[in-house]
Design a protein around this ligand. Structure first.
Ligand code: CMC
Length: 393
């Protein structure tokens, strides 16, 4: 039989060639389609970034207008889909709602399921980009018992999401441009990160030639896990715990350094980025600006600031190259925006969607793609003879 190479966790196995995202962890470099993340964050909105990831080039003004209009046409979900939400338990996790409802798009939009028809793929990607914020905000409205707010197509992508989250029929939500901008940055820095767990899932599921909705629903399920999309939630929980414990930051830093204690500071360190996380640098500035402006009376923000200061000056953290990562600041920003903790990973999913779509399309267009079918090294019993039930003991 053929020799099988074992690489558990795919630490050193390339699954594909890809022209979408370049990542250099040693030097803190992240580029989408060749453009440094810093330049995109400074100049683009999320829809332009999505176009770049999906089609490989920044759009011309005409292309951008067409893309935006295509998405805008699809922001509402089918009225019948709203009845799903009445059946979901009120305390359902919004990630579970998101993956279920996205999976159900394949039932409601059967005219765009063929992965080999570019026109159908285009409509389904418009539908996904347009509907994900609607589906997500409805999951929040369900959890707080408020009526769903229809999308308002006069608003931009980020404003519209905040409107659907926080407006009610009784009260408009006045969107603060700094909130919109913080959300824009967060979505852009999360938009792709090459072959991470959820993106690899989308590619793998897609390699069986299933439709885009089904593959994206699988990606959302992969992202839900605490080892992937859930770290910003863990970070805010940790900050809350420190606050409840009297705000003694040093105690937690000492715990994280203790060799006999496996406690870690959530939101610090990264598998790939060993000098700094370029995404964290970008959103730290936005985080600082937002906190200064809002001047919120929440001790969590002071604790976050102090923790970052103490850890960044500490020899242990310096020596092991442990810096605050993207999840440290994203958790703090979401808290400042008033986004409930259960929704943090949902926001990550909205941001990662164009990355998932672009990888699914790249995978389909690659003539080298075959159904993903890893092998294994069998470690079970050798052949044995069946034992009738009355003789087993
Ligand atoms: N607090 C204290 N010590 C730490 C931390 C931390 N957050 N992270 C790593 N270390 C220590 C670790 O104990 C080890 O020490 P030693 O060499 O003495 O055994 C050393 O640093 C290297 O750690 P590692 O676990 O071998 O590093 P890794 O590359 O396998 O893990 C990580 C990376 C992100 C999982 C880890 O740093 C961690 O658990 N961080 C906290 C969780 C977190 O913030 N995760 C979000 C990552 S960013 C989101 C994304 O891009 O996916």
């Amino acid at each position: 039989s053929k020799l099988i190479t074992l690489d558990e966790g795919f630490v050193n196995t390339g699954s594909t060639r890809s022209a979408i995202t370049f990542l250099d962890g040693e030097n803190g470099i992240l580029r989408y389609r060749g453009y440094p993340i810093e330049q995109l964050a400074a100049n683009c909105d999320f829809i332009e970034t999505s176009y770049l990831l999906i089609y490989g080039e920044l759009p011309t003004a005409a292309q951008a207008a067409e893309f935006r209009a295509g998405i805008r046409d699809h922001t509402m979900i089918h009225e019948d889909m709203k009845s799903f939400y009445s059946g979901f338990p009120r305390d359902a996790h919004p990630m579970s709602i998101l993956s279920s409802v996205v999976g159900a798009l394949a039932m409601f939009y059967q005219d765009s399921l063929d992965p080999n028809d570019p026109k159908q793929v285009e409509i389904s990607l418009y539908r996904l980009l347009a509907k994900l914020p609607t589906i997500a905000s409805y999951s929040y409205k369900k959890s707080v018992g408020q009526p769903f707010m229809y999308p308002n197509n006069d608003l931009g992508y980020c404003e519209n999401f905040l409107h659907m989250m926080f407006a009610t029929p009784a009260r408009d939500y006045i969107v603060d441009p700094d909130f919109t901008d913080a959300l824009r940055l967060l979505l852009i820095v999360h938009a792709d990160h090459e072959q991470n767990c959820s993106t690899s899932t989308v590619r793998m599921v897609g390699s069986s030639n299933t439709n885009l909705f089904a593959a994206i629903s699988a990606g959302i399920s992969a992202l839900w896990g605490p080892l992937h999309g859930g770290a910003n939630e863990a970070c805010v929980n940790m900050l809350d715990e420190i606050v409840r414990d009297g705000g003694n930051v040093k105690k937690y830093v000492e715990r994280a350094k203790d060799k006999d204690d496996d406690y870690r500071l959530m939101g610090f360190g990264h598998r790939v980025y060993k000098s700094f996380d370029p995404r964290a640098t970008i959103i730290k500035a936005s985080c600082d600006k937002l906190l200064k402006k809002l001047n919120l009376d929440d001790p969590l923000f002071e604790v976050a600031q102090e923790l970052a200061d103490v850890a960044l000056r500490d020899d242990y953290f310096i020596e092991k190259k442990l810096y605050p990562n993207v999840d440290f600041y994203s958790g703090v920003i979401y808290r400042a925006l008033g986004i409930p903790i259960q929704m943090f990973t949902v926001l990550f999913a909205i941001g990662r969607l164009p990355g998932w779509i672009s990888h699914w399309i790249e995978m389909h267009n690659n003539p080298a793609t075959r159904i993903n079918r890893p092998r294994q090294i069998y470690t079970g019993a050798t052949e044995r003879t069946f034992v009738p039930i009355d003789q087993r003991g």
